[in-house]
Design a protein around this ligand. Sequence first.
Ligand code: PLP
Length: 363
Amino acid sequence: NSVKRAHNFNAGPAALPLAVLKKAQAELLDFNDTGMSIMEHSHRGNAYEIVHNRAIELLKELLSIPEGYEVLFLQGGASLQFSMVPMNFLPANKKAGYVMTGVWSEKAYAEAEKLGEVFVAATAKEGNYCQIPALKEINYDADTAYLHVTSNNTIYGTEWHAFPNTEAVPLIADMSSDILSCPIDVSKFALIYAGAQKNIGPSGVTVVIIRRDFLEQAKKNGPTMLQYATFAKNNSLYNTPPTFGIYMMKLVLEWMKAEGGLLGIYKRNQEKAALIYDTIDASNGFYKGHAQLSARSLMNVTFRLADENLEKKFLEQAKQAGFVGLNGHRLVGGCRASIYNAVPYDSCQALRDYMLAFQKENS
Ligand code: PLP
């Protein structure tokens, strides 16, 4: 009873683990002998509340989130966080610093600029965002409201491999495209946010991890639904949460735990990425990576072929061979293989084999 599964390299929404989809399918009509789908349960009822709290618990466990942090479930995607962060944490007498590492950082900056004073603390724009600024090149003073970074740059295939120690300046990260891909030291951050749809579940849920003492500094005059405090005070149940998405998240987190937790997932992610990066590096320039070696992403592998016609052929034949989502973003061009947690090792192996065969036939 094997299921037909594509080699899904989409940048987002992304692949989900087959085991998770099967579990959701099995429970879809009758969740835990209740005669109802989890989607049909009241968000105030016991059946759902157990799922909700378990998802929070699992996130805390997998990410080793220290005491003193809240895990919140919001809606509006990471894009709404671009506005919510400054609405809550950019007072009129301060400036917020943004490290520009790609289009998502630019968008975050542009939204904050509408709401207060912002500055560029460092930029990697030169070379079409193929790198991450050196930590010592990031400029901000002790009075900065917060420093914002984008941990993984989905479009360019670059990723931070070390974060600045910002001391008293709160560090905020958009981790939409690499959260839960490798261990991180949550205690360095005042706030982390991520749209769920790459590594945590289906789209529709935004995860926010926020330090309680930072939360207490938030402005209190914003609209109720745009204050983090509303979600923190009500265990993310102030209004109807995206219950099915949170249920799916819980299944993904359980799957991660069974796969060896963050360390197990991280190890496999490294092996998966190595399959493709090694092929690029051993191709004598047939394939060229976009990101500088030191900034390479574990999640999005961006590369080009020597000439554009060949690139077109590579992508067309890949599609015919059952590979999905390999077209690069128009801002970088070329190819992008997004290899989030749920992309199986076998799919990466199949891509490696395809790349090797294509090179052989075309050089
Ligand atoms: N930030 C990053 C790093 C992303 O990759 C994306 C989407 O791909 C976003 C933000 C936007 O997320 P959303 O669609 O959840 O608003």
